[in-house]
Design a protein around this ligand. Sequence first.
Ligand code: HDE
Length: 759
Amino acid sequence: TDDLAKAIPSNDNKPLEHGFSQGLTPPKGVTAQPRSPLPTGSTVSEANTSEKTGDQAAEGVNAVHGRLDRVRADAAGQALTTNQGVAIADNQNSLKYGLRGPVLLEDFILRDKLTHFDHERIPERIVHARGSAAHGYFECYEPLTELTRAAPFQEKGKVTPVFVRFSTVAGERGSKDTARDVRGFAVKFYTDEGNWDLVGNNIPVFFIQDAMKFPDLVHAVKAEPHHGMPQAASAHDTFWDFVSLMPESTHMLMWVMSDRAIPRSYATMQGFGVHTYRLVNAAGESVFVKFHWSPKAGTHSLVWDEAVKISGADPDYHRRDLWERIDAGAYPEYELALQVFTEEQAEQFSFDVLDATKIVPEELVPLRPVGRMVLNRNPDNFFAETEQVAFCTANVVPGIDFSNDPLLAGRIHSYVDTQISRLGGPNFHEIPINAPLAPVHNNQRDGMHRQTIHRGRVSYEPNSLGGGCPFQAGAAQGFVSVPARILAEEEQGKVRAKPEKFADHYTQAALFYESQTPVEQAHIAAAFRFELSKVTVPAIRTRMVASLRNASESLAQAVADGLGMDELPAPLPRALARPAKPEVTQSPALSLMARPGDGSLAGRRVALVVAHGVQGAAAERLQAVLSAEGAVAEFVAPRVGRVRGADGVDLEATASLENNPGFLYDALAWPDGEEGVATLAQDGHTMESLKDGYRHGKALLLVGAAQTLLDMAGVPTTTPTGDPDPGLVLADGEAGLDAFIAAIVRHRHPERETDPPAV
Ligand code: HDE
């Protein structure tokens, strides 16, 4: 048996599912394939070996591959079987009594197939149902041993595998990606000492301060219960009814009405741990910490009109973008930075660090970069990985601990609890994507879908029959909670109440708004106007404007004007008459413009709009130059397929203006060629693409004859103030290429904007 055990693969129950040649002999005429080699090309170093488990990643491969490989199925060269491994002779017909007779109940093959199919769906997440995920790794810049003993931060260059899921919050599993919404940013670190889940969002604050209000918030924002509308949108009565009655949400409302709620890509948004956590070093000393992820590609957003159009043409816009970036090797990358402060410092702040509706301004506690995260591998299977991944705020490792944030406390309970019904029992930690790389040994037993086959008769501790194993790890190895005391507080006993500083609902809302550029402020006002205009009960609108007056008079006025209110309502009474004086009233870091990115074109999509009669050679050169810069530049024509160049150089259009409208691209170019331009001028799609590109502030290049299209589309060549438009490049030959590239790097050209739009 020992020899047999060595000969068969790790999941020795099911060699066949792995395409192993050691399995059953395949049917005649079919060759058994050797197992496909592990994917290569991942950039994880060989140092990625778990000393504890002895797991050794193949060269250039993330160690997490090894573990998942145990359960990967590859049917290449294999016969079809039932779930019991019985080969199926006929997969077309059910078993009948006679050709035209009844189907027999005995047909276990049909029933095996249908029964499984009937149960293919699991409940979707109550929030964050719509998500997309990727594998990758976290790499530590330098040892942080003075701050924490958490495994990922112990050595310079140490690599820890991660799985990251991005999501929207309100919409259902099949809803559009470009909804105006918070984005989830959940990272599972498979550390040597167990799994650490940093379950964050792309916005550093939250709507509410206490977990007690979470079900109310979610009921208010989700589709209204009587008619199930609207899908994936906060623009409706119940949401604004609730938040206008909950002034603690004002700061968060500023963020979700800003362009952060319509990111261009998951690769171009920040992530935040939101709550104050603790770092704990080997000596047991702890400090407070806030976690920040910042994208290497910069923070870039869509504009609202663009987001609305994209949601129709490509509801999978962000999912596709993430997949294609990784597929193309333009790996999304984020830097992790910490804000570290002591409990004594926190006592002095004008706000409470246990209040999740507050940030710690970067000007007060600077960001310390500590590592980078690279997402370099797409999941193999959406359901097995992206859907079944279970993030739990309770998953921390030695070196990380919680603060007393009451919102966090609720989350520590909620995530584990929700997985039990979503994933059907208490053993969801055994699902491969959730299983830690660190070994698991305890006396928990049984339950639905148990995978582990525990050996021996001992399932209790203390024991002598099992030699005392598994034994308590002790403080040196095991997780020890920080024996935190509550500073400067009198003994209060059990209370249902909040600390006083929690009642300052407006100071940081004002800080956020005042820190935005004028364009961003205009977008915030327009978003409030849009959302509140969808509210049908006027009293709710009025109450919201009354609340906004406490944060910004000018914003309240702009929103009131936009809603046709004749006069401003009286400001809402404040919970705290005299809030503490804030440390900062301006924080430029809060503007999206503060993180323009690394200036590369990687991940940008450029449409080269062509038709028969275009100057083919020049168009090809344009494509080559943009591709060399890392952009994905494709020919888009009235129809897909071959496009005949006037110079005899033909092009291949991989998209049409019909199947991929212009607003799906970051930038658009119209190459030269009189005949081609004349054809495009007859196509309404061309005019729409040009107008949309202009209205959405995108980089536009028009070469030679193509410039005549501007007039036809009614697109001006200067900004509304009469200045040259930096995003509109009019070129002859190749002269304008550098200017076009610079314009794409700038992402958007908001100086064109007027409200309402002139084009
Ligand atoms: Fe969540 N949240 N949440 N949340 N949350 C869930 O867990 C919950 C909160 C966040 O990609 C659920 O597995 C409570 C803040 C993300 O799978 C659930 C409270 C932040 C994800 C849940 C909050 C988040 C979730 C639903 C208030 C930012 C998706 C399914 C006390 C820091 C993770 C699930 C993924 C998912 C509860 C507030 C982020 C029901 C009770 C604040 C990114 O457990």
